[in-house]
Design a protein around this ligand. Structure first.
Ligand SMILES: [Zn+2]
Length: 328
């Protein structure tokens, strides 16, 4: 090329691959972090203990991003985007944690997205952890046309909905909060102030409370403890577990009869017990369908699966939401 020569128009090259995308899942005991590579694969996965309080949460998130960057992009500023899934009540538009008891955040809340962007220069967004996990599970299932509900059975009970390929938050970010549907007349009082909520009978907390009310010793993992007792022929353990699974089956019926998702994925901490939970919920669904032609037609038991194993679905989902929010 010499001066004065007319240059040909630039030939458009192949589209640039999406950049790295970091995702964090902030829970009461630990922060899980992943970095997704250009193809969506998990390129790095790290965790660190949670330090409660606004300063502890922000500095913990930034420190973990530093470790993840060292594993992948090199510099934090080259991570592309950051998504965060977090426990507690979240304003996803503002990227703020409003209130999270087990993260030590109340009062003024924590403007987490702004704090991350100020420190790293990266676009950041913050999402409810169940919603983030639903997005991660949806991606892991690899069926883009499927509508998916993640039924998260942890300390509490909630569902995350991906419908038509999009996360459904709802007008007040309450879509999927089925844990607070009252299902047992005059049942136990729920943390929300109502009585007989699904969460008050079908959550890790509910399971632990009922077990201890029988005079049994507190267990760090109540579902595993009750299953072990049931396997040893303990009739009370069998009854508690059977009732628990029946209430979860009701949660599944609610999801199928309201949004008719293709698949309900059992996740959350209690799903860590694995196959016995899936078998218990499927048995309960079969019993409930035995007397109902309407339910049998829905074939509910075949539409329940366990969460796929692998890196934290909430961190992976948060990374995808962060990347999408950054317009990539
Ligand atoms: Zn409630």
């Amino acid at each position: 090329v010499t001066l004065g020569e007319t240059l040909p128009p630039p030939v458009p090259g192949p589209a640039a691959p999406p950049p790295w995308a970091a995702g964090l899942d902030i829970g009461g005991t630990k922060i899980e972090g992943v970095v997704l590579g250009p193809g969506g694969e998990v390129a790095a996965h790290r965790r660190s203990p949670t330090v409660p309080g606004p300063d502890g949460i922000l500095s913990g998130a930034l420190a973990l991003l530093g470790v993840l960057a060292a594993d992948t992009a090199g510099r934090v500023g080259d991570l592309g985007s950051v998504g965060v899934g977090t426990a507690g009540v979240v304003d996803d538009r503002e990227g703020r944690i409003l209130h999270a008891v087990n993260l030590g955040i109340d009062g003024d809340g924590l403007a987490l997205a702004r704090g991350i962007t100020q420190a790293t220069g990266l676009p950041a967004r913050v999402e409810n952890d169940v919603n983030a996990a639903a997005v991660g599970v949806y991606a892991a299932l690899g069926s883009p046309e499927a509508d998916v509900a993640l039924l998260s059975v942890g300390t509490g009970l909630a569902a995350g909905l991906v419908l038509g390929g999009r996360l459904r938050r709802g007008a007040r970010s309450s879509a999927g909060e089925i844990g607070h549907l009252p299902v047992v007349a005059d049942g136990p009082t729920c943390v929300c102030g109502q009585r007989g909520c699904l969460e008050a009978v079908a959550s890790g907390r509910a399971l632990a409370l009922r077990w201890e009310a029988l005079g049994r010793p507190p267990a760090a993992r109540p579902a595993a403890a009750i299953l072990a007792s049931a396997a040893g022929g303990d009739a009370a353990a069998c009854e508690v577990w059977g009732d628990f699974c029946a209430h979860l089956a009701t949660a599944v019926r609610i999801l199928l009869l309201t949004v008719d998702v293709d698949v309900v994925v059992l996740g959350g901490g209690v799903a860590g017990v694995g196959e016995p939970l899936l078998a218990g919920v499927r048995d309960a669904l079969d019993r409930q369908a035995a007397t109902s032609q309407l339910l049998r037609r829905l074939d509910p038991a075949s539409r329940v699966v366990l969460v796929p194993s692998g890196a934290s679905p909430a961190a992976a989902g948060a990374a995808l939401l962060g990347r999408a929010g950054a317009g990539r």
